[in-house]
Design a protein around this ligand. Structure first.
Ligand code: GDP
Length: 445
């Protein structure tokens, strides 16, 4: 799925090449693909419609800047809008309350509430040096109380006992009292799981909220829930003033479209992402990265920006003009290309930004080796005289040997470099100019 979108966008970008402006007509196809991608990522339909309308508004009439093509500009707008929507208002847990700061955990059974409660306890202890107490208000499942006890001790926090014959309200009052008397900074309250929205249980958590007056009410939602997430989110938003979202199970293979749906429906910021069953599997939510995941494209915008920022556009244009005017592409230019690659932060930094389905294939490539290879090529060219660099055809056997000695490599490597240079020279001749992206692609194999 992911690669299909990337392919489609690439094709559309190609079709749009040469159009200077995003217009009503060229934006339609592109937005249709984005819409499909969002639906495939399980973003709820009304949320998709709303989002597409916003992107269209922002995109129409926008000048296409510098070396970016309309397609790339649109991808960049989509990506930014996604990241901005999901990233808005993100902040760490708010503990600005008279201690104990109470955090109420809400969500469906199985969403990951108990696990997340312990993960948060660990986070608050380790990252914010807090004294943390947990308590379970789930009087329906004794196993849930036991589970919280176990994971709380693993997290290094203290657990306040509760039993199934108690009322959730009484448990809350007792835990609050204990936390106050023992100077806890934070009280984390896990609540009863419900398999589906249930009026009685909804009322119960509302009452708990009133009793506890929490500084954070976190809605825990399973990223794999897809389209259903929207209904759950609606129900919880109506019942409780949610202050944040924790999106769990992002280590699964869902594209995580629930993030956008839930963010839009509740208006609450996505504060954390659960990325494993283990207690250290909690990360501060990264909206930029998640936007790439939803679109199935990796951090494509950062890649485009890095490529265009790292490259000296003027020098590239001069080079293109030189090729056109018949001056030829020589080893000095080849060296300049290699140095630009380095300037852009090297191969591994570019690889980091590529969609994972692409890099998975390249996973076998040893990045260290590839970067060493670039350094060796640089060494070889630097061992040549200025004349040899300008006229590589002069480099015959004895010169090759001298160059190899100078660079500390075998003659075969000099041969290989010259061959590669010839290929690139041929390619440069075919280019009509401004094709650095093309060149980059070729260089990347
Ligand atoms: P609760 O019913 O909402 O309290 O949910 P639990 O905390 O019991 O979690 C339900 C299941 O999801 C358990 O098997 C957890 O180990 C698992 N789980 C919770 N969070 C994550 C996560 O971020 N990643 C993965 N892979 N599993 C998770």
């Amino acid at each position: 799925m992911a690669s299909a979108l990337t392919d489609k966008l690439t094709r559309l970008v190609k079709e749009m090449r040469g159009q200077a402006r995003i217009t009503e007509s060229n934006v339609q196809d592109m937005l249709r693909e984005v819409r499909m991608a969002l639906l495939e990522a399980d973003v709820a339909l009304p949320v998709v419609r709303d989002f597409i309308a916003r992107v269209k508004d922002k995109a129409l009439g926008q000048e296409v800047l510098g070396s970016l093509k309309p397609g790339q500009t649109l991808v960049s707008i989509v990506n930014r809008e996604l990241a901005a929507t999901m990233g808005e208002g993100v902040a760490d847990i708010n503990l600005a309350a008279q201690p104990p700061a109470v955090i109420l955990m809400a969500g469906l059974q199985g969403a990951g509430k108990t696990t997340t409660t312990a993960k948060l306890a660990k986070h608050l202890i380790e990252k914010r040096r807090k004294k943390v107490l947990t308590v379970s208000g789930d009087v329906y499942r004794p196993a849930a109380i036991e589970q919280l006890k176990t994971v709380t001790s693993q997290a290094g926090a203290e657990w306040f006992p509760s039993t199934p014959d108690q009322k959730p309200h009484d448990i809350a009052v007792a835990a609050l009292d204990y936390a106050r008397k023992h100077y806890f900074d934070v009280l984390l309250v896990d609540t009863a799981g419900r398999l589906a929205i249930d009026e009685v249980l909804m009322q119960e958590i509302k009452d708990l909220h009133a009793t506890l007056n929490p500084v954070e009410t976190l809605f825990v939602v399973d990223a794999m829930q897809g389209q259903d997430a929207i209904n759950t989110a609606k129900a919880f938003k109506e019942a409780l003033p949610l202050t944040g979202i924790v999106l769990t199970k992002l280590d699964g293979d869902s594209r995580g479209g629930a993030a956008l749906s839930v963010r839009q429906i509740t208006g609450a910021p996505i504060k954390f992402a659960g990325v494993s069953e283990k207690l250290d599997g909690l990360e501060v939510f990264d909206a930029e990265r998640h936007a790439g995941r939803i679109l199935g494209m990796g951090d494509i915008v950062a890649l485009v920006e890095q490529v265009t920022a790292g490259v000296d556009i003027e020098a590239a244009q001069k080079l293109a003009a030189k090729v056109k005017s018949g001056d030829g592409f020589d080893l000095n230019d080849f060296l300049a290309q290699i140095q630009q690659m380095k300037q852009m932060g090297g191969l591994s930094s570019l690889m980091d930004k590529l969609p994972s389905h692409l890099t998975a294939k390249a996973g076998a490539v040893d990045m260290d080796k590839a970067e060493k290879d670039i350094k060796r090529k640089e060494g070889i060219i630097q061992s040549m005289t200025p004349l040899e660099r300008r006229k590589p055809e002069l480099i015959k056997a004895t010169r090759k040997k001298r160059i190899a000695n100078g660079a500390g490599v075998h003659v075969q490597e000099v041969n290989r470099l010259l061959k590669e240079f010839e290929q690139m020279q041929g390619m440069m001749k075919k280019m009509k100019g401004g094709g650095l992206m093309k060149l980059m692609k070729k260089m990347g194999g």
